[in-house]
Every structure is written in C-alpha cells, then in structure tokens.
Design a protein around this ligand. Structure first.
Ligand code: F6P
Length: 514
C-alpha cells in the first residue's frame, strides 16, 4: 500500500488549479464542441447514472483529480475501510457500515434483518401504530426510507417519527394513537442523547403496549426498561449517520412489505461492489467526489443544491446534509494539521418542482453561481400517467436554463416582439446570466434496490471526498461543545441561579426564558 504524499498532493492541486484557470472563462455550451462530451462524462453504476457534462469540467481536469487520488492514497484508504481497519482514527474504530449489507458478512451480522422481520411478524397483530424516536442518524435514514418507499408500506399501520426536543414534535407523534395498540421504538446509538431520552420518557409514561430499542449500548436500553428480547443491538463500527442499514431501521423492517429492507441492503451491496472494485476513472462515487471538490475548491462555490425531482425523495437533502456536513465539515486533517482547503461545500436543497417556485430565483439570477445536482427517477411513476413527462420536462428545463441563460439583448428582443411596454428598463431584470453548472443523475426506478444504491453512492462519495481532502469523515467532535453547554445551562432554565461565568447576552436570555 502506498503512503500519502503531501508533496504530490500539492502538485496535483497546482495542476487542478491550472485546469480551473483554463476552464474558468470557457462557456459551458462551448465545451459541447467535443461531440463525445456527454458520453465521456456520463458514468454508470448499479441502479444509478450521472451525467457531468453540464459541469465546467473536462476529462483533463478529472485526470488531475486521479493524480490527487493517487497522492492521497485513495486506493489504500478504500482498501483499509473495506478491510475493517481503524479508519476512524480519533475514535479508534473501523467504519464498517458496508458490512451490514455485505453478502459475505459474518453470520451474526447477516442474521439481523431476519431477526427484525421475525419481530415484526410477532408484534404486528398487536399494534396499529409505531412511534420511532431518535435524532440525527437515528432518525433521518429510516424516516427517508419510509417516505421514499411509501407504496410498500403495510396497510393499517400508522408510522410516526419524533426527533426534536421541542415538545410539539413528540406531542404530534402520539396524537390520536391508542397506547394499547402502539409499539414505541427508541433508537439511539449511544442511548445517552438528551432529546431522544426526553421524548422516550414522555412516550413511555403514556403507556405504549410494546417497547423496543435499537442501540450500540444494549445494557443501557435494558436498564431503561426495554425487554432484553426487544433490544436490537448494533456495532460500534457503524457510525450514526451511516447506520440506516442496521437495526436503526427496525421500523422499516416491520412496516414495509415485500422484503423491502433486505432489498435495500442488496442494492447498497451492488453499489459497494462497484465502489470497491472500479478504478478511480470509472468509479461513480469517486468521480462525483472529484466534481464536488472541483466546484468547492477549484471554482470556489461555497454550496451546492441537491434537488430530487421525485416527491418520494423529498427527505433526501436532509439526510444528505448530515451525511456530508457532519462527515466532512472539518478544519483539520487526519493528523490534526489545519486544512488549506474545505473538505465539503454546504449541502442544501428540496424537492423539485416545488423548489422552482421558491428558491430557484436565486439559482438563476443570484449574484453567485450555485451548482445543482438533479436526481430523477427514470422508472415507473405513481399517480396520473400524464404527470411523468411534466416532471422530466421541468428537471431538464431547469438544468438547461441554468446553462443556456438568456442575454439582455434576447430578453429585450423577446419583449419588443410582444410589444411589452418599458422593455428596455425591464431587460436587465428579465435576463439570465446562464453558464451555471449542474449534474443530472437518474436512478433506474424508485425500488428498494435503487434507493439502497443511491444512499450507498452518497456514503462512498462522502468517503472519497474525505480521502481527497485528507480528513477523517467518521468522527463528529464538532457537535460536542454545544451539547456540553446545553447541559450546563439547563439548571438555570429550571430554576437554579444562572452560572456566574456566562457572557452578558446568554445571561440576559437565561433570565428572559426561564
Ligand atoms: O449529535 C450528533 C450525533 O451524535 C449524531 O452523530 C448522531 O447521529 C445523533 O447525534 C444521534 O446520536 P444517538 O444515535 O447516539 O442518539
């Protein structure tokens, strides 16, 4: 295995920046002078295809990223992750979320989906509702799966989620339910998270018929009162935001039919095989990571918008935000040295077409360019047949409008042709700069397999980006300080005197809110 070469990484970045200087002022449309551009910049992986041709990048610039990957020992780090080596160095742990979907996993790992399904078969006759309590990685994944695969939900089961420690969330979650026909699932890797334990205590007091838990600290769940046989443990080597493949998704195993949860794992395993085996230049998650780094660091775009053109994927941006920004929102390298470059951009987004009628104004006419990642479902669609063409027309039109734009002269000519009054004054408002980048991705259908492949793709892209940036994507120390301070401030809001050492603003608000 090669070691990381910092000198070679520096050289690779110098090359990447030279490519950025070469391409910065080339119009995106001019890049299509290459008749093979779409074919060359379209990459396939199981259930997923991505077309990067509307990005301001070309094969030569991507080749520079391949050099960066070599210098950063991408092959070595990938091999380490898949060997179960300690890649999460600050916590001394492996990162083996992939093992949860590995067809060759050890028997105890492979047994879990069947155990969850068996529990579902046992408990379903006695319940009408499931309340899932968890937050962050113990919430966003299963919530996304349930929403995305809603057509596979079993009839007669009401599935509710609550995460927030704002009591409104948990109050809504149990509203109208019969506790005697409800299963409460408490999901927390650590079983110490304040929000989840507060919500769980409240719902337990309401008297649900069944209690279950998913956790890496089974002894804590049992001590809290969950019957041992209903505690579904998972392993320390599953990071919170990488945990939807584990018992964290117990609710999905119970509430979805047609073996949906196992099929989700199979789809992810297919993406794992692609990521593990394909060389960098054919590897979709790796190439996509390069494009993300290119936009963030070579072209200086601070954020990107993830826009699924599929209502059932509307929760994808929220899940992706934790995955990318909790993993790569870091300012020091694996060995603690300050980073010269960001390891990720800000991730944000919402489902199209809805987003077109809200923030797309900024994407089209705002001062800064913000790259967009479109995700469409190329397979069968639900609902009225006539909607299918419309959703695609909108996705393709938005990507094209961002790229092509409309000059002021064209805006003026269009208005003059229609006899619009005050056309000259309006023209600057009705012009679009264009030349704005996007990626078009498609899953082959919204099946459990394709969803699994898509989510695994994002996990591996996040890892590949971390390797290119030299950071550890598997720890999250940045969430700790706020948690500690919340614990320190809580007594003052519950009647104790305010701590003497707080700043004046915080003291003011403690007084105001107590
Ligand atoms: O505070 C961040 C975090 O630790 C996330 O990484 C995690 O997904 C979430 O809290 C919930 O943690 P737990 O599953 O231990 O309750």
């Amino acid at each position: 295995m090669n070691a990381i070469s910092f000198a070679a990484m520096k050289q690779a970045w110098a090359d990447i920046e030279a490519h950025a200087a070469r391409l910065a002022n080339v119009a995106l449309l001019d890049l299509f002078a290459d008749p093979n551009r779409v074919r060359t910049l379209t990459y396939d992986a199981p259930h997923l295809t991505a077309d990067f041709s509307k990005q301001r990048i070309d094969p030569a610039a991507l080749a520079a990223f391949e050099k960066l990957a070599g210098a950063a020992d991408f092959d070595g780090w990938r091999a380490k992750m898949f060997a179960g080596d300690v890649v999460n160095t600050t916590e001394g742990r492996a990162a083996m979320h992939w093992r949860l979907r590995d067809p060759n996993a050890p028997a105890d790992v492979k047994a879990v989906p069947a155990e969850m399904a068996a529990f579902g078969d046992r408990v379903r006759p006695e319940i009408d509702a499931i309340v899932h309590l968890g937050i962050g990685g113990s919430d966003l994944g299963p919530r996304l799966i349930m929403d995305a695969l809603k057509p596979l939900k079993r009839h007669g089961l009401d599935v509710r989620f609550a995460a927030n420690v704002d009591g409104a969330d948990v109050a809504d979650a149990i509203e109208g339910l019969d506790p005697k026909r409800t299963l409460l699932i408490v999901v927390s890797k650590t079983f110490t998270t304040q929000e989840t334990l507060a919500n769980a205590a409240f719902v337990r007091a309401w008297g649900p018929a069944h209690l279950a838990a998913a956790t890496a600290a089974p002894e804590k769940a049992i001590a809290w009162g969950v019957p041992a046989e209903n505690v579904f443990a998972f392993w320390d080597w599953v990071g919170g935001r990488y945990s939807l493949w584990s018992s964290v998704s117990l609710v999905c195993a119970i509430a979805l039919k047609e073996r949906a949860f196992e099929r989700l794992l199979n789809g992810a395993a297919a993406m794992d095989a692609h990521f593990q085996r394909a060389a960098f230049h054919k590897n979709l998650p790796a190439i996509s990571a390069a494009v993300q780094m290119w936009n963030r660091e070579a072209l200086g775009h601070g954020s990107y918008a993830a826009i699924p053109y599929a209502e059932r994927l509307r929760l994808l941006p929220a899940w992706l935000q934790q995955l990318e920004m909790e993993s790569n929102g870091k300012r020091v390298s694996r060995d603690g040295a300050p980073l010269e470059r960001s390891a990720c951009a800000v991730t944000w987004g919402a489902a199209g077409t809805n987003a077109q009628h809200s923030f797309f104004q900024l994407l089209h006419q705002g001062v800064e360019e913000i790259p967009v990642e479109f995700v469409v479902n190329a397979g069968p669609q639900e609902g009225p047949a006539s909607h299918r063409a419309k959703v695609y027309a909108n996705a393709l039109a938005q990507a094209r409008a961002l790229m092509v734009g409309k000059s002021e002269a064209q805006a003026l000519a269009d208005m003059q042709a229609k006899g619009v009054a005050g056309a000259a004054a309006l023209a600057p408002h009705r012009a679009f700069p264009g030349d704005r980048a996007s990626t078009m991705m498609a899953i082959d259908a919204l099946t459990p397999e394709a969803l699994g492949a898509l989510l695994a793709f994002y996990e591996h892209r996040t890892f590949a980006q971390a390797v290119l940036a030299g950071v550890n994507p598997f720890d999250q120390w940045g969430v700790e300080l706020g948690k500690e301070m919340a614990n320190a401030l809580l007594p003052a809001l519950e009647g104790a005197p305010a701590p003497a050492d707080v700043d004046a603003s915080t003291a003011h608000w403690l007084e105001r809110l107590k």
